[in-house]
Write a protein that binds this ligand. Structure first.
Ligand SMILES: [Zn+2]
Length: 262
């Protein structure tokens, strides 16, 4: 209870700061400030909102999400997809792919797939040829990757660099790792973020409904290293709000993230 009161106080102070800034800011700032205030994080604490969970998995100790088919499904190191979940409407976006024909990694859910095509087309008109590297990954495939990492590098290493089965965004069918054509040096490398293509994605992906899911400087919040190549589809409205506020999905939802005291 004491902890709750402290959290409440801090949040009130934060909201207070926001209000001051709103008074000084531009119209755009006011809208953002209003959006922040509308979120009322302290009420979220108090009212115990729908966290979109179906309870805790006794085997893993993680929340099991119950809105796995939503474009806003939220998984991280605290939250997992139901065991064996396969997304509906997986489809292959008509873009350049790194993986061979017929490979599941080419797939995304339909809405995300169409958005990816639009993003890649826009980049192309700016002279940047993007390539889809790795999208959908099945529960079983993630299980195999994780088990192999635990066996070869140990549990701690595996937990830091790979996702437990059920907690990978790639299993949602809403995430795609991307790169730029003709520069394999930056493939799935943080240096991709410094390329023209990496910068283009960082500044424009939100217009097509994508966010950089694991941004630089937010590692303690997301629980993952900086991944400038990992795009997550959330739809244009939420992507825009996250982009303008420089948030992560964790900060957008405001609960269940590794860097947050519980
Ligand atoms: Zn990824």
């Amino acid at each position: 209870m004491k902890k709750f009161v402290v959290v409440l106080f801090i949040l009130l102070v934060l909201v207070g700061c926001t209000e001051t800034n709103v008074l000084k800011g531009t119209m755009a700032d006011k809208r953002l400030g209003a959006a922040l205030l509308a979120k009322k994080p302290f009420e979220i604490e108090k009212n115990e909102p729908d966290y979109n969970t179906a309870g805790i998995n006794p085997e893993t100790g993680l929340y099991i999400v119950d809105n796995e088919t939503s474009m806003l499904v939220y998984v991280n190191k605290y939250r997992e997809l139901p065991e064996g979940y396969t997304p509906p409407d997986l489809t292959e976006p008509d873009v350049l792919h790194y993986s061979p024909v017929g490979d599941n990694r080419r797939l995304l859910r339909k809405e995300a797939s169409e958005a990816l095509v639009s993003l890649f087309e826009a980049a192309e008109t700016d002279g940047l040829t993007l390539v889809a590297v790795s999208g959908y990954r099945s529960y079983e495939r993630q299980q195999a990757i994780y088990a192999s990492n635990v066996a070869s590098k140990g549990q701690a290493h595996a937990d830091q660099f790979s996702a437990k089965p059920g907690t990978s965004e790639h299993q949602t069918g809403l995430a795609m790792d991307v790169t730029v054509q003709g520069n394999d040096d930056v493939l799935l490398s943080q240096s991709f973020g410094e390329t023209e293509a990496g910068q283009y994605i960082k500044e424009n992906a939100y217009q097509y409904g994508f966010i950089i899911r694991y941004p630089e400087g937010k590692e303690t919040i997301t629980g993952y290293s900086y991944e400038p190549w990992h795009l997550r589809y959330v739809g244009k409205d939420v992507a825009t709000e996250i982009y303008l506020n420089e948030w992560t999905l964790e900060e957008y939802f405001g609960f269940d993230y590794p860097g947050r005291e519980r």
